[in-house]
Design a protein around this ligand. Structure first.
Ligand code: AMP
Length: 190
């Protein structure tokens, strides 16, 4: 079973590339952001998640880890999983390791899309035009998401570096070029 973490700041292209990788390698694509957005908006859980996501803050680990585990359990026959937007804290990364370990599985690799901040801001501004996401629409919230990434999520890179599982991928260029860089890296390892 292949387990790939697609890592990177908001606007780096994780969702777009994860979807293409899902197709190419016949994997299940799990995006915790998508799972939160797909919850029944009237449910307490959806309201709680939205109270964090609308401000660009992280949903607490305890909730997010349960949501992720529940999502993985839905696909017992999967060839493998792409984790998009999870883990976003080192506590989440450790929980994912434990969870996979219980299934005699592990993270195969973490691929980090590298994009500088000015470019992220531009991309998110453009995405706001058609994403309908409140957290894309406001420059202050976009900045908060980038700041939260730098403070809480960037350290997750070290978690995978220490395990020799981290590869940085240049996230600038056409969607196809970036996809080829990711796919080549995966093919070289699996
Ligand atoms: P995304 O679609 O990945 O940009 O996620 C949108 C929002 O959902 C984030 O800004 C967070 O509020 C929340 N979220 C998604 N994934 C996580 C996660 N792994 N940990 C905490 N919050 C998350």
């Amino acid at each position: 079973m292949i387990n790939i973490v697609i890592f990177g700041p908001p606007g780096a292209g994780k969702g777009t590339q994860s979807d293409k990788l899902r197709e190419r390698f016949d994997l299940v694509h799990i995006s915790t952001g998508d799972v939160f957005r797909a919850l029944d908006p009237e449910s307490d859980l959806a309201k709680l998640a939205k109270s964090y996501s609308d401000k660009g803050n992280l949903v607490p680990d305890e909730i997010t880890i349960k949501i992720l585990e529940n999502e993985v359990q839905k696909h017992p026959q999967a060839n493998g999983v792409i984790y998009d937007g999870f883990p976003r804290t080192t506590a989440q990364a450790a929980a994912l390791d434990t969870f996979l370990g219980e299934k005699s599985a592990s993270i195969t690799m973490a691929l980090a899309l590298e994009v500088e901040e000015d470019e992220l801001r531009e991309r998110l501004k453009k995405r706001a035009l058609d994403s309908g996401r409140p957290d894309d629409a406001n420059p202050e919230i976009i900045q908060n998401r980038i700041d939260v990434y730098n403070a809480q999520t960037a350290p997750v890179a070290d978690f995978y570096k220490e395990k020799g599982k981290y590869t940085g991928i240049d996230g600038i260029g056409s969607i196809e070029d970036i996809f080829n860089r990711l796919a080549d890296t995966i093919e070289a390892k699996v």
